[in-house]
Design a protein around this ligand. Structure first.
Ligand code: G3P
Ligand code: MG
Length: 240
């Protein structure tokens, strides 16, 4: 199991509106081989690609995503906030995103990002969409900060790789990643020390770091053994 060294965060988040088809197309145009996206549920159970639990920052609505119907979410502009060239861009379904990413020849890291108290239903719905719609040849993984989501993935879709997301590397992080049979530990680069990279490798896992937007820091992390960099600026990282 290997992953590309450079993984586009939410597509190419500094270069095109995050978690949109335009963003995934931008990443593909730059030669990116794998993108990360965030998957969550609308009020009526559609799996959509969106990061925040609330509307407003990346789509021109307001209030919790978990209380918005898919029809209401679909009516929003998810690109105009980024720039006029992207006005009218829509929040994609996960199915649409997976199909576009596969068609572009890229792989995908599907971060399961449930709204509060929707962990199990979100994981189950995301897994079902992936099983039906992901036909890509590129690398794949589910990732999540929520252990329950990865537990559900391990139970229901064991053949799909899992990445263990951690911000602070809280006590027991490696044991938890191993218990979930993760293939990678995806950690906040600010806390991903060299000894932690070595521990990940000693356990037979890969080390991925998010969200690295400075090429000099990315270079150092790669020199320290990091296997992959998740970045908003893949244009600045492709030569590393
Ligand atoms: O998967 C890495 C990264 O996306 C995790 O944090 O908040 O950007 O989804 P966040
Ligand atoms: Mg994410």
């Amino acid at each position: 199991m290997t992953y590309p060294r450079i993984i586009g965060h939410r597509g190419a988040a500094a270069l095109a509106p995050e978690n949109t088809l335009a963003g995934f197309a931008k990443a593909a145009a730059l030669g990116v081989k794998m993108v990360e996206l965030d998957a969550k549920l609308s009020a009526d159970g559609e799996v959509i690609v969106h990061h925040d639990d609330t509307l407003g920052r990346t789509a021109n609505g307001e209030g919790p995503v978990a209380q918005a119907s898919f029809a209401a979410l679909r009516a929003l502009d998810a690109g105009g906030w980024f720039g006029p060239d992207y006005a009218g861009e829509r929040i994609p379904t996960l199915a649409e995103a997976l199909e576009a990413i596969a068609a572009a020849g890229m792989g995908v890291n599907v971060e399961i990002k449930p709204c509060a108290e929707r962990e199990r239903e979100t994981a189950e719905a995301v897994i079902a969409v992936v099983q039906e719609h992901w036909k890509g040849n590129g690398p794949f993984q589910f990732s999540s900060f929520r252990p329950l989501c990865l537990e559900v993935a391990l139970e229901q879709a064991p053949d799909y790789a899992r990445g263990f997301l951690t911000d602070s590397f809280a006590e027991g992080w490696l044991e938890r990643a191993q218990a979930l049979q993760a293939v990678s530990v995806n950690g906040n680069y600010r806390h991903y020390r060299k000894d932690r990279i070595a521990a990940v490798h000693a356990a037979g896992l890969l080390a991925l770091a998010y969200t690295v937007n400075d090429p000099a820091i990315a270079r150092q992390l790669l020199d320290d053994g990091m296997d992959g960099i998740i970045t908003d600026v893949p244009d600045q990282m492709m030569g590393l």
